[in-house]
Write a protein that binds this ligand. Structure first.
Ligand code: SF4
Length: 385
């Protein structure tokens, strides 16, 4: 909060603000698929999907997900590979694995009924205080506030908060103001109203203040500093990583391995590879990594191309090669994976891979792989696969 206490809103003002949000939502609510029934399972999936994901993209995935897993039981009985494939492209795959585990737990412990109790909700995998509040409020209309990035931005502007938004004291105060604003019995509409207001009106840049139901109360607007709120800390310095990976095809099948459970890409599939060491040629990295991770000796790396992807603060360049076996496959000894397969190309397309590998697979698909004859097939390893 601003040091000067006169900049804070009072409880009486807060109740007016809360009702203004609810009234605005009644007219301007976005038509989102999970809002037609407020089914707890749908609310839960939407909340998990929309974390770190844009609304449009999240909605697209949500609709596809609901076609395949229309209820908790369909999700609970699905194979994890299929769950991850349906999540592929959204990133942060722990969300999908936790959703899957939690669905199984709700079926086993709560007869398929998602709990209403905040404490019980937080005992489920992947559900922290935010998601528990969102389910309790949006699905069950309990009087709890839900503070996401949109709400933080609105509150930091309405109250003209000049301290870093992620600071603990700021977070505590914003939560208190938000809870104070919440009109009792209208939590579902209030919380969603704030989320939509943040998405449509009080946007990160160029907020549409003349259209805002909170304009008369907004202290940042009055001070002309709305674009300077919230106060954010500088972004973390990017870390650049160079990796290499090898596509091994033998007798028409591709070698793929599934990462271990404690890995950053846990349970996702990949072509073996790893980080390029200092002064190492990426082609040599592939040969070395195959030996270290699988015990397979591969030779003659043939360059496919470089693929860029980012996660959190990491900026990865992945060099990809076709490789071949120096002899018939011997016993595979996995050190970095829990499972391997010799998969047909069509099977490869059904497995879930991390972002860099998905770009590689898309490029291979476009250039024409076995069973996919469109495009050039000039690479010698491909034609001999
Ligand atoms: S008046 Fe402007 S800055 Fe203030 S809450 Fe509304 S849109 Fe955001």
């Amino acid at each position: 909060m601003a040091e000067n206490d006169t900049s804070s809103t009072t409880s009486a003002q807060n109740s007016g603000l809360g009702l203004a949000v609810v009234d605005w939502f009644a007219v301007h609510a976005r038509a989102l698929p999970w809002r037609s029934t407020y089914d707890p399972y749908q609310v839960w999936v939407s909340e998990i999907m929309l974390q770190q994901t844009q609304m449009e993209r999240g909605t697209e995935y949500f609709l596809r997900w609901m076609q395949r897993f229309p209820d908790l039981s369909a999700l609970a009985t699905a194979h994890e590979d299929e769950v991850l494939k349906m999540w592929e492209g959204l990133g942060y795959y722990a969300r999908a694995r936790n959703l899957h585990r939690a669905a199984r737990q709700v079926c086993a412990e709560y007869a398929g009924q998602i709990p209403q109790d905040m404490r019980q909700l937080q005992l489920l995998p992947g559900i922290g205080p935010y998601t528990a509040a969102a389910i309790a409020s949006i699905a069950y209309n309990q009087d709890v506030c839900v503070v996401d990035a949109n709400v933080e931005r609105i509150m930091s502007r309405v109250c003209n908060v000049d301290t870093p938004i992620k600071a603990k004291a700021t977070q505590t105060r914003i939560r208190e103001v938000c809870q104070d604003m919440l009109p009792l019995g209208q939590s579902r509409n209030f919380n969603q109203g704030l989320m939509d207001l943040g998405g449509l009106v009080c946007t990160p840049r160029s907020p549409l203040c003349p259209s805002c139901p909170l304009a008369t109360w907004c202290l940042a607007r009055a001070a002309g500093v709305q674009e300077e709120r919230p106060v954010v800390s500088p972004p973390a310095t990017p870390v650049y990583i160079t990796m290499a990976t090898g596509v091994l095809c033998h007798a028409g099948r591709f070698f793929v391995q599934k990462r271990k459970a404690d890995d950053i890409w846990a349970h996702l599939w990949e072509f073996p590879g790893g980080v390029v060491e200092e002064n190492e040629d990426p082609a040599d990295t592939v040969v070395r990594e195959y030996m270290e991770e699988t015990g397979l000796h591969v030779t003659e790396p043939e360059y496919i191309g470089a693929f860029q992807h980012s996660y959190t603060r990491y900026r990865v360049t992945m060099h990809a090669f076709f490789v071949r076996l120096d002899a018939d496959p011997r016993t595979v000894e996995l050190t970095a994976a829990q499972e391997y397969r010799w998969a047909t190309w069509d099977q490869v397309l059904t497995l879930a891979f991390p972002a860099g590998h998905r770009k590689l697979i898309a490029a291979l698909k476009q250039s024409g792989m076995p069973g996919h004859s469109s495009g050039p097939r000039h690479a010698s390893h491909r034609t001999q696969c």
